[in-house]
Design a binder for this molecule. Structure first.
Ligand code: F6P
Length: 328
């Protein structure tokens, strides 16, 4: 254990916020264990910013995070807190941190949660953000905790849907999560061998991009087809109906929904969560605050939170092209 006599950060709070993601527990565990290692006290805050406003928090130690690494969800629970979007809410959050003598806050969540973190940092409470969302849509980082587990859940679902689509010679439409981004959709279309993938980043034409492709596949001898639709595109039910009407091929539509957010985290999500959690606490120990921990080329780096939030993420054109080539 490090001697932290000179570190102004003696006690921190950790919370999970926004949509939960598999691996959040592994991140909480890493933060708590790293705090123990570096001699920093840590409070677990319940239900994200909601719990901060309510002062709903408790002291954690290395034992509080035993046996959680393999569990999906978040033991701290989470919420989308509207009050925290107002200046009044931010000031109240800062005040409650003072009441509990928290010197800094670690926020595990997505973009929306980091906006709240930036606002509270501006009020003077140091923060560190750890990217946790199945969407992988945070600009400053190559990877967000939960993405790999969610993709494996989707891949498993596609494999199963394919079995029945092939038995009945159907065209299966599968809608996957991702908010306004197509990361889950595009990667899972490749991994699941889908015939078509529709993502919000690329507008589509039903005749050219869906119907013609399916008919081409049929003319090449295929009898079952999978179309992945990102939720940011939406309209999956209607699309399936329309394609049935135009082609005469029987279609089904499955919205995978929240199954994608659950489950035991994969090795990748556990390892990245572990590395990010440790890096977050190392930053606090070194007085490096108001950062987002980003995963870049297999390493964790700390990026200034304002800069981090300004980065726009673009789906790699190479993966879009690869998916089109592989669909043929
Ligand atoms: O950000 C994660 C996510 O699962 C998105 O993919 C989805 O759009 C959203 O959260 C759903 O949120 P909720 O669980 O609040 O309906």
């Amino acid at each position: 254990m490090d001697n932290q006599a000179n570190n102004p950060i003696k006690r921190i709070g950790v919370l999970t916020s926004g949509g939960d993601a598999p691996g959040m527990n592994a991140a909480i565990r890493a933060v708590v264990r790293a705090c123990t290692y570096y001699g920093i006290q840590v409070y677990g805050i319940k239900r994200g910013y909601r719990g901060l406003l309510d002062g709903d928090m408790f002291e954690m130690n290395a034992r509080s995070v035993s046996d959680i690494i393999y569990r999906g969800g978040t033991i701290l629970q989470t919420a989308r807190c509207h009050t925290f979007r107002s200046h009044e809410g931010i000031v109240k959050g800062k005040k409650m941190a003072e009441v509990f003598q928290l010197d800094a806050l670690v926020v595990i969540g997505g973009d929306g949660s980091f906006k709240g973190a930036l606002e509270i940092a501006r009020e003077g409470l140091p923060v560190i953000g750890i990217p946790g969302t199945i969407d992988n849509d945070i600009g400053c980082t190559d990877y967000t905790i939960g993405f790999d587990t969610a993709m494996n859940t989707v891949r498993d679902a596609i494999d199963k849907i394919k079995d029945t689509a092939s038995s009945h010679e159907r065209c299966s439409f599968v809608e996957v999560m991702g908010r306004n981004a197509g990361y889950i959709a595009m990667n899972c279309a490749i991994a699941g061998g889908a015939e078509v993938c529709l993502i919000p980043e690329k507008p589509y034409n039903i005749d050219v991009d869906v119907v013609k492709k399916i008919i081409d596949c049929r003319n090449r001898g295929k009898h079952h087809y999978v179309v992945i639709v990102a939720e940011g595109v939406g309209g999956t039910m209607l699309l399936a109906e329309e394609v049935k009407n135009i082609t005469g091929i029987e279609t089904t539509a499955t919205i995978l929904g929240h199954i994608q957010r659950g489950g035991s985290p994969t090795v990748k999500d556990r390892v990245v969560a572990g590395m990010m959690g440790v890096k977050a606490v190392q930053c606090l120990k070194n007085g490096e605050v108001n950062k987002i921990i980003a995963y870049k080329g297999d390493k964790c780096v700390a990026i200034d939170i304002e800069e981090a939030l300004a980065v726009q993420k673009q789906l790699d054109p190479d993966i879009i092209l690869a998916s089109e080539i592989l669909n043929v």
